[in-house]
Design a protein around this ligand. Structure first.
Ligand SMILES: [Zn+2]
Ligand SMILES: [Zn+2]
Length: 220
């Protein structure tokens, strides 16, 4: 069989993306992280982290024949649309930098490494903007999930301030109340200094292939 060769891409700076996750804090309060909302949710990741195959296979993520690796969407708008689903209403919306190898799809990417730059905390259960993290009442082994709460709903519950969460996470993470970008706020790509671009080792232009397929077959 002829080996499928995929075009490579070497962007001047690492691509940005958006995703949903639940903030978590380690049992000893010494580390913070995020638990994904889909596959891989059982294994929280740190602010700067590397993907591992969730099926325990011995390959680097992302592998073409596996669906492991970090996932993100290209646009804030598509990610906000996900927050309409009941289960995701109160999730935190992350803005990430995609590092290392990645596979580009029409609406998002699957990739090897990421840095979480901004965490946009979802609303309190009462609907008011969140002011602080409280225990969400669930977790993963070694990790307690957190959720945003307004000042009055947070009374009497174990609290962790957004600033403390960011500090434990290394200090470069920005934690913001609410999913939406504030009016007048600069896009993340211009608001922060640009790190040296890490090489994009691999890019499968599956969206392009899909387009070609559609033209050949007349199927969408
Ligand atoms: Zn895998
Ligand atoms: Zn509240």
């Amino acid at each position: 069989m002829r080996r499928l060769r995929l075009p490579h891409e070497r962007p001047a700076e690492p691509p940005r993306g958006y995703k949903l996750a639940h903030p978590v804090v380690s049992h000893d309060d010494g580390r913070i992280g995020f638990a994904g909302v889909s596959i891989g949710g059982a294994l929280p990741y740190g602010v700067l982290d590397e993907a591992r195959c969730v099926y325990g296979r011995r390959h680097r993520s992302p592998a073409l024949r596996c669906d492991c690796g970090f996932h993100c969407l290209h646009t804030l708008s598509d990610t906000l649309a996900m927050t309409c689903a009941g289960a995701h209403r109160r999730a935190t919306l992350l803005e990430v930098t995609v590092l290392g190898a990645y596979i580009r799809f029409e609406r998002g990417m699957r990739y090897a490494r990421q840095r979480v730059r901004v965490a946009r905390v979802g609303p309190c259960g009462c609907g008011l903007p969140p002011e602080v993290f409280v225990d969400a009442g669930w977790g993963r082994t070694g990790w307690r999930a957190l959720t945003g709460a307004c000042g009055s709903c947070a009374v009497g519950r174990g609290q962790l301030s957004f600033a403390e969460f960011a500090r434990v996470g290394g200090g470069r993470l920005r934690v913001v109340a609410g999913h939406r970008r504030e009016v007048g706020e600069e896009p993340a790509s211009r608001a922060v200094p640009r790190p040296a671009a890490e090489p994009a080792l691999m890019q499968a232009r599956l969206d392009r292939l899909q387009g070609r397929w559609a033209r050949l077959t007349g199927e969408p």
